[in-house]
Design a protein around this ligand. Structure first.
Ligand code: THG
Length: 367
């Protein structure tokens, strides 16, 4: 592929100078912003992520901030997850659905206060849907995209690196909870979360000027811990079953098709815009669903489209993400598979760009 031309529309991040100094080799575009995808190589980055600690520029996980007395009501309009048990200081992974029950995004909701929320979005322009709802429902709430950029610290040594910069208080933060901590006299939100299953944190940096000082402090403190710049890793996230909106699912899919039923309480999520549609389809249950898939043969090539899944010559699904896993000695993949063929161990054929391959549906992901 040719290079992508830089422009003001393809937004840099507060950490881009650090990312470039660390030798970034490739980017993707996410929420109209640069997202690094490779530093040394996808495989080297993968091994390092599982052994040490990495600092990730995930500023492209933009925040939609809701502020005002109707903020809580507005968030519940968006999602079939029941938000009543959620307290300030908690994060929830929330499927967002439209009036047909189709997935519009799969963000992390951060409840800062009863009347102040961040919706940390995946790659779709959710801001406009939320602004439209706030206006249409005449809600008393401000909706905007603040100057807040997440920086992730991921890997088995993440606790030690974070403690070196923020103090031992970070060790007490529980999974999907956050604390307000001090960095150089600035209050930052630090959550135990992130787009890997290696453990770690996300720091929500308020104010672009704080970006490079924080990046540099983490790199400096991590010198003895083999810290390196990293990024969400294709191999690790497929092994871990972390979904990628726009790749593994779109607005054509319900949360149940995506295996996100465990994050839905459609019966009690009163107010959710997609509730009636989801209750209707829930009666039947999904007829296709996301599955882990092992693909035989040598390392698969990079993909930028669906690969058909066949039973004999009959199409029964499609693979949306795939990569060679060094640790599992097979290609790992995520795909959408029809009910008739989604059972564990079902043997299928995948039509990869370099030819037909044998594939096996898995009950669970690898991690
Ligand atoms: N962190 C933050 N914002 C984000 C992402 C993130 N926005 C974009 C994208 N990632 C949204 N998608 C996901 C997908 C999975 C998870 C988080 C965001 C995730 N899932 C865990 C799982 O499925 O096992 C845990 C979910 C839970 O138990 O609640 O972490 O990464 N800020």
């Amino acid at each position: 592929m040719a290079l992508i031309s830089p422009s003001r529309r393809l937004r840099r991040t507060p950490f881009s100078d650090g990312v470039e100094a660390a030798g970034v080799k490739a980017y993707t575009v996410y929420n109209h912003m640069l997202l690094p995808t490779v530093f040394r190589s996808v495989e080297e980055d993968y091994h390092h992520l599982k052994q040490a600690v990495q600092v990730w520029d995930v500023a492209c996980e933009r925040q939609v901030e809701l502020r005002g007395p109707d903020a809580g009501r507005l968030v519940q309009l968006l999602t079939p997850r029941d938000l009543r048990p959620m307290l300030p200081g908690q994060c929830y992974y929330v499927p967002i659905v439209d009036e047909t029950g189709g997935m519009l995004n799969d963000p992390v909701a951060v409840k800062l206060a009863e009347d102040r929320w961040w919706i940390s979005i995946a790659d779709s322009d959710l801001l406009y849907w939320i602004k439209g709802l706030a206006y249409g429902y005449r809600l008393d709430v401000l909706v905007d995209e603040p100057d807040v950029s997440p920086l992730a610290v991921q890997g088995p040594r993440a606790d030690d690196l974070m403690a070196a910069v923020f103090g031992d208080a970070v060790r007490d933060i529980r999974f999907f909870r956050f604390a307000h901590l001090d960095f150089q006299g600035h209050d930052v939100v630090v959550a135990r979360s992130g787009y890997s299953k290696q453990g770690g944190f996300e720091i929500y940096v308020e104010g672009s000027d704080l970006g490079m000082p924080l990046w540099n402090a983490l790199m400096e403190a991590g010198k003895t811990m083999d810290v390196h710049a990293g990024c969400p890793n294709l191999i690790e996230r497929i092994e871990s079953g972390l979904l990628s909106y726009g790749n593994d699912m779109t607005d054509d899919n319900t949360p149940h098709e995506c295996g996100l039923g465990k994050f839905c309480n459609t019966q009690t999520a009163i107010g959710c815009i997609g509730r009636d549609a989801l209750l209707r389809v829930a009666k039947e249950g999904p007829v296709k669903q996301i599955r882990a898939i092992a693909i035989d043969g040598p390392p698969v090539p990079l993909w930028d489209r669906w690969w058909p899944l066949l039973a004999g010559t009959t199409p029964v699904g499609r693979v949306s993400s795939a990569a060679w896993s060094p640790d599992f000695g097979t290609n790992v993949a995520i795909g959408m598979v029809r009910m008739t063929h989604w059972d564990d161990g079902t043997e299928l054929t995948v039509q990869a760009p370099d030819g037909l391959r044998h594939a096996t549906v898995k009950e669970t992901f690898w991690n």
